[in-house]
Write a protein that binds this ligand. Structure first.
Ligand SMILES: Cc1ncc(C[n+]2csc(CCOP(=O)(O)OP(=O)(O)O)c2C)c(N)n1
Ligand SMILES: CC(=O)[C@@H](O)[C@H](O)COP(=O)(O)O
Ligand SMILES: [Mg+2]
Length: 635
């Protein structure tokens, strides 16, 4: 790596950019690209988004001084270049590794990281907040939001744009338009941006038209008429009219890979009084052919072969995502009421195969989870069975839509919550570890979690058959390699299952933690302690009869969930015991503490928080059996 970073290695902070020539900046861009490609080929990460913003980020750090100016990166998955330019080259090889650099901006990592991001469409709101307080304090620094065309489809972005027009002082929104969300961008806005990118008449300024009219017979009179029709003329000739109507000065579009042009445009933007939107056109994956050719595949990528771009395929059983995708195709063949909905994540959720098979029943609404949920409610209210496939962490954004629009009306919407649990390298912004808490308190909602990929398919069948709202939470990654039943069957609602009998300790597990509980039971058995393992299956409604039957007899109880303890599955068991008057039990809840869990591999994090068979065994031995006590005493 040494030879390719002759300029980059001398950039200790963005200040070092100020004395570089344009040519040197262009060489720096090459070095940065090579550094990112080489590093991400080992660590995995968001390759294509970062390759698309190299020149843009260099220009931003030339024009702004992020020791005082504030740049907020929407989603923040494209902040690797920013990190390289703000003194983190030395740690860059630890990107997304346990204890290493985050893949997203983090203020605790650097003063140059103005705001933590990870979920989409938040940057303009945050920037607006910072601009307004800047003005309250009478300060003069710049505030910039860098937002992608995909993130601009998030409603929150428009809530902020709508309000930013009130700003009388400078705030800059840099729209990084690469025509891609994760998949190709969708919606009318995407079409509008395409016209701004490609249609020459949109780039004609209104002054040119006015000049033209002055020169032709009756032109001045015509100009008056035109002025009266200004809206239609404006929409015809003034580019970015949508943004101008919202009170923004629209600048662009500009080639985001032309460092000189971007530098000029950003300087212009800095001089505008009031909010300004700079429309930058970039290519996602720029500079690495496999990523340029397939920006969807290389949006978020695991380690890959540098020469060929071949991504190292995870071996082993099918993923929960793949089983979800295959199962809903199977179900949709039998039931034409089934609809698939994604919020801009067809491949991540596994809906892409459904999209191919049933294009008329597939809807990608853009990064708009709230809209997705209430649109699903509308579909369910008119006789359909919509499946809203939304990552657990991203459903957080649509809580009231789930509660108010779906559950209050008891509508048959299925929420397929992929990434339920610790997701690994994406870290705290993406762990799906709050859903049991925020969903189990909603009346009418049924919530379940499969012990393995075979049970997931039966749960999906159950969900699309059930006449009410159902949420199914399942983890990121592969199943356990269990054989898959050919025939899908409906599971009895609210019924768990005993998968192992033993009289000494009761292990109550939900979802993928059932496998850990089974392994722990085998280890305990080798030490003469026999455990009952119950697959709870439902976090709501609990199988109260089954649980109380066993808890009434086995006083040593451990609950296990890959979820925060606060309000989680274990809490629901405590509530059950309290409401049933069961007090003489010794119970320990295993789950995640009341803190945001850092990034690392799923296995590293599970081990750290005792969510493994070893952790369960330790808990039983240390919590229920003191070290120096014998089994006899224990019993
Ligand atoms: C609320 C939310 N939903 C979904 C995602 C997943 N996600 C991350 S990046 C992305 C696409 C972003 O597209 P864009 O803003 O255009 O950035 P680009 O990757 O093209 O640079 C999506 C859907 C997210 N981070 N946050
Ligand atoms: C940045 C972002 O939010 C997505 O790209 C997310 O990282 C996808 O996660 P998976 O890799 O689990 O699909
Ligand atoms: Mg984009």
């Amino acid at each position: 790596m040494e030879h390719i970073t002759s300029i980059l290695k001398n950039i200790a902070s963005p200040k070092d950019l100020k004395n570089l020539s344009l040519k040197q900046l262009q060489s720096l861009a090459l070095e940065i690209r090579e550094t990112i490609i080489k590093t991400v080929s080992k660590t995995g990460g968001h390759l294509a988004p970062n390759l698309g913003v190299v020149e843009l980020t260099i220009a931003l750090h030339c024009v702004f001084d992020t020791s005082v100016d504030r740049i907020i990166w929407d989603v923040g998955h494209q902040s690797y270049v920013h990190k390289l330019l703000t003194g983190r080259l030395a740690q860059f090889s630890t990107l997304r590794q346990y204890g290493g650099l985050s893949g997203f901006p983090k203020p605790e990592e650097s003063i140059h990281d103005a705001f933590a991001t990870g979920h989409s469409s938040t940057s303009i709101s945050a920037a607006l907040g910072m601009a307004l307080t800047r003005d309250l304090k009478g300060e003069k620094h710049s505030v910039v939001a860098v937002i992608g065309d995909g993130s601009l489809t998030g409603g929150m972005a428009f809530e902020a744009l709508n309000y930013a027009g009130h700003l009388k002082t400078n705030m800059i929104v840099v729209l990084n338009d690469n025509e891609m969300s994760i998949a190709p961008n969708v919606g009318a806005l995407s079409g509008y941006l395409s016209r701004l990118r490609t249609d020459p008449k949109y780039s004609k300024g209104k002054d040119e038209i006015a000049d033209l009219l002055q020169k032709i017979p009756h032109g001045p009179k015509l100009l008056k008429v035109v002025d009266r029709l200004k809206d239609s003329v404006k929409y015809l000739v003034v580019p970015g009219m949508l943004f101008e109507e919202l009170g923004f000065t629209y600048l662009g579009p500009v080639d985001g890979h032309d460092t000189k042009a971007v530098l000029t445009m950003l300087q212009q933007a800095k001089a505008v009084s009031g909010p300004v939107l700079v429309h930058v056109i970039t290519k996602k994956g720029k500079g690495y052919l496999p990523a340029e050719q397939n920006p969807d595949r290389y949006h978020g990528v695991g380690p890959f072969d540098l020469e060929t771009g071949t991504v190292v395929k995870s071996q082993g059983p099918p993923s929960y995502t793949e089983v979800f995708g295959e199962t809903i195709v199977k179900l949709a063949k039998e039931d034409d009421r089934i609809i698939g909905i994604t919020a801009a994540m067809p491949s991540g959720t596994g809906l892409n195969s459904f999209a191919k098979e049933f294009p008329k029943r597939y809807f990608d609404v853009g990064i708009a989870e709230q809209h997705a949920v209430t649109m699903a409610a509308g579909m369910a209210a008119t006789g359909y069975r919509p499946i809203a496939a939304i990552y657990s962490t991203f459903l957080q954004r649509a809580y009231d839509q789930v509660l108010h629009d779906v559950c209050m009306q008891n509508l048959p919407v299925t929420f397929a919550l992929d990434r339920g649990g610790l997701v690994g390298d994406d870290g705290p912004t993406h762990h799906g570890v709050f859903d049991i808490s925020f969903l189990r308190n909603i009346p009418n909602l049924v919530m379940m979690s499969p012990k393995d990929e075979n049970e997931l398919q039966h749960m999906l069948k159950t969900a699309v058959t059930y006449n009410g709202p159902v949420a199914i939470r399942y983890p990121r990654g592969n199943g356990i390699g269990i054989s898959m039943d050919e025939k899908l069957q409906c599971l009895p609602i609210g019924k768990g299952e005993v998968i192992r009998e033993g009289n000494d300790v009761l292990l109550l597990a939900i979802g993928n933690m059932v496998q850990e509980a089974l392994k722990a039971a085998e280890s305990l058995s080798a030490q003469g302690i026999e455990a009952t393992v119950i697959n709870a299956r439902y976090t709501k409604p609990l199988d109260e009869e089954l649980i109380l039957n066993y808890a009434g007899r086995i006083k040593n109880i451990v609950t296990i969930e890959e979820h925060v303890l606060a309000g989680g599955f274990g809490s629901s068991i405590l509530e059950l015991f309290e409401s049933s008057g069961l007090t003489d039990v010794k119970m320990k809840r295993l789950g995640l503490p009341d803190e945001f869990i850092e990034h690392g591999t799923q296995n590293q994090l599970r081990a750290q928080y005792g969510l493994t068979s070893a952790g369960i065994v330790d808990t039983v031995l240390n919590h229920h059996i003191h070290k120096n006590r014998t089994r006899k005493e224990f019993l």
